[in-house]
Design a protein around this ligand. Structure first.
Ligand code: ATP
Ligand code: MG
Length: 282
């Protein structure tokens, strides 16, 4: 069974998409892992899809009308042009991104803007993702879900499809005060009608971290005390602020292949990724 991890934070711009793509490369490529990785993009803004395959290839997927995660959520929906609901083969939605010697590989289930339409009519769609994942998970060691920063049926779908939640946090005041929202969202899920399924917080990871700013130190202290009160783990490794992350996104590369990225930055990311692997028993 694959380990299934959702990157969630109701606060936007904390690095969910950046970390998810870097984690995919790390576990697929690094010699000590060479895992079979599936990245599922659950954000109608499709940042992770574009970062992972590049803008050009992404545009091709969309203009060719190839299935995306949207089709998973709409597979039973009738429309005036669709007389029959689509019979969707899970494989149709999976796009090969890279494969490496050994078993290491990355596949992607891309997202598209139309996924936002699914939010307008969310009835009974939250279980479709978990069903789709259970049909294909034996082909993977780890499945990563990149979530949008808003609470919706897609968040519930992500909870239902995953075992773990990874929470990137930018150490700044507004992130700190947003964190209880996540606690509430998970509580509501756990109290909801899905009692057969439990999710665990793999941990909170500080992203965009710099060592010296006093304001940042205060925010980290606040996050740690919220985490302690909720029994949430906080990762020992932090992901530092580095211009190489946005540059890597432009180049379509992970931090360890980004041009002129400092080795120390890549090493810090690796330490975090390996700590995550321990947390989820990969
Ligand atoms: N460690 C970092 N150092 C420097 N820049 C970073 C770092 N992590 C992320 N960024 C940059 O911060 C911005 C936001 O990151 P990203 O898009 O990954 O966040 P997100 O949580 O996925 O956002 P959203 O909530 O909108 O989906 C991007 O420009 C990204 O390149
Ligand atoms: Mg994102």
């Amino acid at each position: 069974m694959a380990k299934k991890v959702s990157l969630i934070n109701m606060k936007g711009g904390v690095g969910k998409s950046t970390l998810v793509v870097n984690l995919a490369w790390h576990f697929a490529y690094m010699n000590k892992w060479r895992k079979r990785v599936l990245l599922v993009d659950l954000d109608p803004q499709f940042n992770a899809s574009q970062y992972l395959v590049g803008v050009e290839k992404y545009e091709k997927i969309i203009s060719n009308g190839e299935p995306t995660i949207w089709n998973v959520f709409e597979q039973h929906t009738y429309t005036p042009t669709k007389v029959q609901p689509t019979s969707l083969t899970p494989k149709d939605v999976i796009h090969e991104v890279a494969s490496f010697q050994g078993r290491g590989r990355i596949d992607l289930v891309p997202s598209q803007l139309e996924l936002a339409y699914s939010l307008r009519n969310p009835a009974q769609k939250e279980t479709l993702l978990a069903k789709f994942i259970s049909a294909i998970e034996s082909a993977y060691d780890i499945i990563l879900f990149d979530c949008a920063p808003t609470e919706s049926v897609l968040t519930t779908a992500a909870y239902l499809a995953s075992d773990y939640v990874l929470v990137p946090v930018k150490p700044e005041y507004l992130s700190t005060i947003g964190l209880p929202l996540l606690g509430r969202s998970m509580d509501e899920f756990n109290k909801g009608p899905y009692s057969g399924h439990s999710i665990e917080i793999a941990g909170i990871v500080f992203n965009h971290a710099t060592d010296y700013a006093p304001e940042e130190r205060k925010s980290k202290r606040d996050v740690r005390s919220i985490a302690a009160a909720n029994h949430w783990y906080v990762f020992e490794s932090e992901v530092s602020y580095s211009r190489s992350y946005p540059k890597g996104a432009r180049e379509g590369r992970p931090i360890f292949w980004t041009s002129y990225a400092r080795y120390a930055q890549a090493a810090k990311f690796q330490a975090f990724a390996d700590e995550l692997a321990t947390r989820i028993h990969l």
